[in-house]
Design a protein around this ligand. Structure first.
Ligand code: NAD
Ligand code: UDP
Length: 319
């Protein structure tokens, strides 16, 4: 198969690219390297079946492919809030350009949607039928609403033009090749612990998230793409819900760090609880995550260990 991955030089995109190349597919990456990096895919550059185009998905593109994974979009609050208008444009124009291409070439499109669709959820755990609780005008809205419109466009192109679509709602994912400077909780805590710096918990640390190891997520995305007769939306994540305080304590234990925990203000609209209901993916794809947090975090710690000395202090959320 010829596969287009927008955002293929990013964290998740690079793992998906690697997996598809290893399975013998041809991969074309479109990426503007805004939050992605050549380092994420450097080890894959020898593949004859890999092509990389430095291009922005807000501009139209034409390539001959069988399927499209649309991953291009900054995913960390620090990055998507830095240029909020660009974030909306990336989600909306990016998916329109993928869908226009799919309409023309009959390619299948998978949209990387997000648990942020559910906003600060009032229903727990989150099932696909839940419509969410999203602030339209807050600092996270550029990401949340951009992704919501992208889902709308996927279904409108499907109904109006018969485009073959798959919508994956991805919950917090972690693994090697996360960007060390994107301010996400896993990368921040690990870097702080490795440097012996204070671990910064935002709020009281009782807010929860559920973390999925990247290999498990990639397996889910591929199964959804390859499944016939299904559109989603479908949740992908690990239902193992933890408080942020538990994550801090686990990282301290796994790194053997002497770091203390300090408490900082909670960013605006930070969701209180998040946990995917994955019954749909289990039933339809036979998918569920395999890698436990206690297994996955040490792999990320080893990835970050050499980087810990080179990079400056982890980034803080903008006020
Ligand atoms: P990432 O920031 O590492 O990767 C995004 C990639 O898209 C980067 O390579 C970046 O350079 C590229 N990109 C951004 N804007 C672009 C543009 N306008 N044109 C072309 N390329 C552009 O993020 P990630 O964690 O790998 O996330 C990948 C996708 O999965 C995103 O769509 C994100 O919203 C979604 N997602 C991720 C998570 C997570 O926990 N990581 C959770 C939910 C959803
Ligand atoms: N967080 C934290 N300290 C940090 C970075 C993040 O306590 O140094 C918190 C953040 O406020 C949120 C949770 O960890 O409650 C997850 O944050 P992240 O940005 O990783 O993901 P998201 O909020 O998008 O789920």
């Amino acid at each position: 198969m010829r596969v287009l991955i927008t955002g293929g030089a990013g964290f998740i995109g690079s793992h998906l690219t690697e997996r598809l190349l290893n399975e013998g597919h041809s991969v074309i990456i479109i990426d503007n390297f805004h939050t992605g990096s050549r380092n994420n895919i450097r080890h894959l550059l020898h593949h004859d079946d890999l092509e990389i185009f430095r291009q922005d998905v807000t501009d139209p593109f034409r390539v001959e492919v069988d399927c499209i994974y649309n991953l291009a979009c900054p995913a960390s609050p620090i990055h998507y809030q830095r240029s909020p208008v660009k974030t909306v444009l990336t989600s909306v124009l990016g998916v329109i350009h993928c869908l226009d291409l799919a309409k023309l070439t009959k390619a299948r499109v998978l949209q990387a949607s997000t648990s942020e669709i559910y906003g600060d959820p009032q229903v727990h755990p989150q099932r696909e039928e839940y419509w969410g609780n999203v602030n339209t005008i807050g600092p996270r809205s550029c990401y949340d609403e951009g992704k919501r419109v992208a889902e709308t466009l996927m279904f409108d192109y499907h109904r109006e033009n018969g485009v073959d679509i798959r919508v994956a709602r991805i919950f917090n994912t972690y693994g090697p090749r996360m960007s060390p400077d994107d301010g996400r909780v896993v990368s921040n805590f690990i870097l702080q612990a490795l440097r012996g710096e204070p671990i910064t918990i935002f709020g009281d640390g009782r807010q929860t998230r559920s973390f999925c190891y990247v290999d498990d997520l990639v397996e889910g995305l591929i199964r959804l793409m390859n499944k016939e007769g299904i559109t989603g939306p479908m949740n992908f994540g690990n239902p193992d819900e933890r408080t942020i305080k538990e994550i801090a304590e686990l990282v301290i234990r796994l790194t053997g760090s002497a770091s203390e925990i300090v408490y900082k203000p909670l960013p605006k609209d930070d969701p209180v609880r998040r946990k995917p209901d994955i019954s749909l993916a289990k039933k339809n794809l036979g998918w569920q995550p395999k890698v436990k947090l206690e297994e996955g975090l040490p792999r990320v710690i080893e990835y970050f260990r050499p980087l810990a000395e080179r990079h400056t202090a982890p980034r803080k959320m903008p006020n």
